[in-house]
Design a protein around this ligand. Structure first.
Ligand code: S3P
Ligand code: PEP
Length: 425
């Protein structure tokens, strides 16, 4: 396995342009496939998760033309008609591909198999399948109940009233919402349990609206999709920069004392992870907001204690910022870290201890007290892009560190380490 020795970074300074958002890219590709006509998608993310969605769409008979950098796509929508694929759709470890495609294919009239990496088979999908089953879908677990891989026998879905458990992943509700305009009747979705990661639902509703479908949302408890609405191409659509990826550069300036301009997201972002900037501001960083950029400078950082349920991805970055903050940092209400790329609560606790931090790993929280002296360590990344990117903060804070399997960042940010190098001295 490849390792990367990241040398201590003296100063970060300069400007970065973020790659497109993963969450927006995969939603937009799928909805563009579901409308009639051609949609031009600009600033598309070029990464593994998007590649998996593109491959699946190709097998379903959707033509997509990419430019040389794979950041502009022309998607030839087929109005919801797919061809019967010859082989299983391999979706890697991309939740934003697996979950929405499950719902959309359940509403189609073709038969498909959905598979993924071994870790995908450990990431639950039962809450989504239960809701689709209740609506009359025909989905079979090919290995273990409640987990991928799946066989889906598409036979159309009539719609109606349905409950969905929102306590493990918002992607299940996102999937149902995105598929609902394909159902024959009006659909009313009621949420069971506490809905996690709520801002991702705002992203979903925002993208659906840009494709012409309106959802009535009653305080995230009931969602109504009136019958007769179908996706309409906006013809051209721009993917905003990735707010989760922004967190590493926001953190870098805050830790290191440099000044970084981050282009591609700003105060008007539709992505909830932009709220990471508020958390780190509370911790002491100085943030200046613009419409489509953020400028960050250092302040003395202090540990913060916060509920991170709304920003599960960006919150991981605070776990390594904690190494350079005075006092204890507590990140709470993050049980679902355990069912993502790896058990992130356990993995972060293990790796933070390697550099000397005192860590309490709770069922749904993590507390980090920084060490007096950061120890040199080799960080395992568990095939989790965010662990690799988070631990680059150790170098940003002035300490050498080895990151195992740095290419795991390809899931969402293939050029992460090169981009970090451009602002490092
Ligand atoms: O809908 C989305 O685009 C996402 C939702 C979140 O997942 P959960 O809803 O499972 O927390 C997030 O962690 C993931 O990276 C992307
Ligand atoms: C949880 C993540 O990915 P996924 O979309 O596969 O859930 C993530 O990117 O941090």
């Amino acid at each position: 396995m490849e390792s990367l020795l990241l040398k201590a970074i003296n100063k970060v300074n300069g400007s970065v342009t973020l790659p497109g958002s993963k969450s927006l890219s995969n939603r937009i590709l799928l909805l563009a496939a579901l409308c009639e006509g051609v949609t031009q998608v600009d600033n598309l993310l070029d990464s593994d998760d998007i590649q998996r969605m593109l491959e699946a769409l190709a097998l379903l008979g959707i033509k997509v033309e990419l430019n040389e950098t794979k950041t502009t796509a022309l998607v030839y929508g087929t109005g919801g008609k797919f061809i019967q694929p010859e082989q299983a759709l391999f979706l890697g470890n991309a939740g934003t591909a697996f979950r929405p495609l499950t719902a959309v294919l359940a509403a189609s009239n073709i038969d498909t198999k959905l598979t993924g990496e071994p870790r995908m088979n450990e990431r639950p999908i039962g809450h989504l399948v239960d809701a689709l089953d209740a609506l009359g879908a025909n989905i079979t677990y090919l290995e273990n109940k409640d987990y991928p891989p799946l066989k889906i026998q598409g036979q159309g879905i009539e719609g109606g009233e349905v409950e969905i458990d929102g306590s493990i992943s918002s992607q299940f509700l996102t999937a149902l919402l995105m598929a609902a305009p394909l159902f024959t009747n009006t659909t009313t979705i009621k949420i069971k349990g506490e809905l996690v990661s709520k801002p991702y639902i705002d992203i979903t509703l925002n993208v659906m609206k840009r494709f012409g479908v309106v959802v009535t949302n009653d305080n995230y408890q009931t969602f109504i999709i009136e019958k007769g609405q179908c996706y309409q191409s906006p013809r051209q659509i721009m993917v905003e920069g990735d707010a989760s990826s922004a967190s590493y550069f926001i953190a870098a300036a805050a830790i290191n004392g440099g000044c970084i301009e981050i282009n591609g997201v700003g105060k008007s972002s539709v992505q909830g992870d932009i709220a990471f900037a508020d958390v780190i501001e509370q911790a002491g960083a100085k943030i200046t907001w613009f419409d489509n950029k953020i400028v960050v400078e250092k302040g003395q950082l202090y540990g913060v204690d916060f509920d991170a349920n709304a920003i599960p991805d960006a919150a991981m970055t605070m776990a390594t910022v904690a190494l350079f903050a005075k006092g204890k940092t507590a990140i709470r209400n993050i049980y679902n870290w355990r069912v993502k790329e790896t058990d992130r609560l356990n993995a972060m606790a293990t790796e933070l201890r390697k550099v000397g931090a005192i860590v309490v790993e709770g069922h749904d929280f993590i507390e980090i007290t920084p060490p007096d002296v950061i120890e040199f360590a080799t960080i395992d990344t568990y095939n989790d892009h965010r662990i690799a990117m988070c631990f680059s903060m150790v170098a940003v804070g002035g300490h050498d560190i080895v990151i195992n399997d740095p290419k795991c960042t390809h899931k969402t940010f293939p050029t992460y380490f090169e981009t970090l190098a451009t602002i490092s001295n």
